[in-house]
Design a protein around this ligand. Structure first.
Ligand code: GLN
Length: 556
């Protein structure tokens, strides 16, 4: 089982000089899906970091896809990209926004990823003729994957298990966690179960039975939750928590109420802190508390509650009806707002609605426009029209990935008058492929995990908006694309006022374009939204909100 061994009790200590080994929190969910296990896990990470602990966060997804990279955004929401180029679940975005944990390909395992590792090993003959089975081989693989994030300098690993207790596909994961708890000692493993307390309007009551049943399901598997976190829309009376404690076999101090937050998800760490969730966890692990300083979170929430200004940003995309599809973008815009003391309102616009007709009727009055990444034909023409409107009306604009492709196409069509300019992603035989397949992609036929992925370096041109906003000229940003700017059009575009303001260090791949003689127009090949935090907004989102604010103040 790799690096994991059973530790004797004497290995763990508080302040008596002995080394404290990595400890583990497992977050399961019951009653219904979509309760916010990812956010809760991230907020627990925030609390532990406030006590000076180094944490790692990880998610298990019990579906069969090897990763969500091949799934439709309608199915899965945003695909979150790690610095080492893994396509992962969007909950990892919460992990990075709420904590300073390092994420990597090991931070997200699906059933598909676990099984494919075991099957590859079986094909290599590593099992020496044994029958390969769910128990022990799949469960061992799951336990090994937990060990991969629990490196020696990590104090606490927090692993979230996707899905709901009772799902058939979750069973191998839960069995692995049960074994893990048994092997590592109950004092080094903490099980947190997140459930829902529904409010029945007709009787005016909060019901505890679904929680009792889901804890019962966990117990059947051999897992006894140590802490319960109960989601609710209403305030919860003391008798309800006492009842939950009694029937679910936990002390009453171990029942936490997670009522819907009022203003923002960034209140969550403070809500849990107020109920001393951090103290309970530290006590369980027999660790000394640290400073517990949460000042930056208090400031973030204050700024969200009482902003000085307000702006409206149009986000023009293809998957607009599902906010999860552009999760990190909305969060990063909010961060840009926090930095500028500004509430950012979103006008979510379906790109197709702009394919024909007057953009003014859809976009009129917005202070900034953002066109996010995307795939396929639907929506391209609407995005191009949107960008023309933003460019010609001096509206601050940020284009991301496909949004950058659309910006280049727009400039070619409307400034260089190359009317048939397009991307070969959409029109294979276009006479003007201003966006083409990356050289390295020509031989690629498999879809999963084969795009240009992860962190790649980018160098900014002196005097560019990017250089000014970032304050440095060399950065690393995360990518997820197959198509790129076609250098055959580079000189014409530069001459026509489209500045190539960011490239790969060898100057070959165009990473950012900016429109000269425009107050703020940036379109980047990479995804800046993956590196933004509530108290440390990404430079481009800070810059976009600032430019929007300036435009608004000027027009008043
Ligand atoms: N579809 C485009 C490509 O593959 C853009 C991808 C994206 O926006 N993430 O290059």
């Amino acid at each position: 089982m790799g690096e994991i061994g059973c530790a004797s009790n004497s290995d763990y200590s508080r302040g008596n000089g002995l080394k404290v080994m990595t400890q583990y929190i497992f977050v399961t969910g019951g009653v219904v899906s979509g309760l916010g296990k990812g956010l809760t896990s991230a907020a627990i990470g925030t609390l532990l970091e406030s006590h000076g602990l180094k944490i790692a966060l990880q998610k298990f997804d019990p579906y069969i896809n090897v990763d969500p990279g091949t799934m439709s955004p309608f199915q899965h929401g945003e695909v979150y990209v790690t610095p080492d180029g893994a396509e992962t679940d969007l909950d990892l975005g919460h992990y990075e926004r709420f904590t300073s944990c390092e994420i990597s390909a090991h931070s997200n395992y699906t059933t598909g990823k676990i099984y494919s590792a075991v099957i590859q090993r079986e094909r290599r003959g590593d099992y020496l003729g044994k029958t390969v089975q769910v128990i022990p081989h799949i469960t061992d693989e799951i336990k090994d994957s937990i060990a991969k994030v629990g490196s020696t300098d990590v104090d606490v690993v927090i692993t979230e298990i996707g899905g709901t207790v009772g799902d058939i596909e979750s069973l191998p994961f839960l069995e692995a966690l049960r074994q893990f708890g048994h092997q590592h000692g109950r004092e080094n493993v903490l099980f947190i179960h997140l459930t829902l307390l529904p409010f029945i309007k007709a009787s005016g009551e909060i019901k505890t039975k679904p929680t009792q049943h889901s804890v019962g399901r966990l117990r059947e598997i051999g897992i006894l939750p140590d802490l319960l976190v109960c989601r609710t829309e209403m305030d919860v009376e003391k008798e309800v928590t006492e009842k939950l404690a009694l029937f679910c076999n936990v002390p009453v101090e171990s029942v936490f109420i997670e009522k819907d937050v009022e203003t923002s998800i960034y209140e969550l760490p403070l809500v849990l802190r107020q109920q001393q969730l951090d103290t309970q966890i530290l006590n369980h692990f027999r660790r000394e508390p640290g400073s517990g300083n949460m000042d930056n979170w208090i400031e973030v929430v204050e700024s969200l509650r009482h902003p000085k200004h307000e702006i409206e940003v149009a986000v023009v995309g293809k998957y607009i009806e599902l906010t999860d599809s552009y999760k990190s973008i909305y969060e990063a815009l909010t961060h840009g707002g926090i930095h500028n003391n500004t509430r950012v309102r979103f006008r979510r616009v379906q790109a197709e609605d702009l394919a024909n007709g007057d953009p003014e009727s859809v976009l009129g009055g917005v202070d900034a426009v953002l066109v996010p990444g995307g795939f396929g034909e639907r929506g391209l023409e609407g995005k191009v029209n949107t960008i023309q409107y933003a460019r010609e009306n001096n509206i601050p604009f940020l284009g991301i990935c496909y949004g950058m492709h659309a910006a280049v196409i727009e400039y070619c069509r409307n400034v260089l008058d190359i009317k048939e300019a397009s991307s070969t992603e959409i029109h294979k035989d276009t006479p003007h492929p201003v966006i083409t397949l990356l050289q390295e992609q020509h031989e690629v036929s498999e879809k999963g995990g084969t795009m240009r992925l992860g962190g790649w370096p980018c160098k900014f041109k002196e005097g560019s908006i990017c250089e000014k906003e970032y304050g440095v000229s060399d950065v690393s940003e995360r990518h997820r694309h197959r198509y790129e700017f076609n250098n055959d059009y580079r000189d014409q575009l530069i001459e026509a006022g489209l500045s190539i303001s960011g490239t790969s260090p060898d100057g070959n791949l165009v990473e950012v374009v900016e429109v000269e003689n425009h107050p703020w127009f940036v379109a980047c090949q990479y995804h800046p939204e993956f590196q933004s935090k509530p108290f440390d907004a990404h430079p481009l989102f800070r810059g976009l909100v600032k430019a929007a604010l300036e435009r608004r103040t000027q027009s008043v």
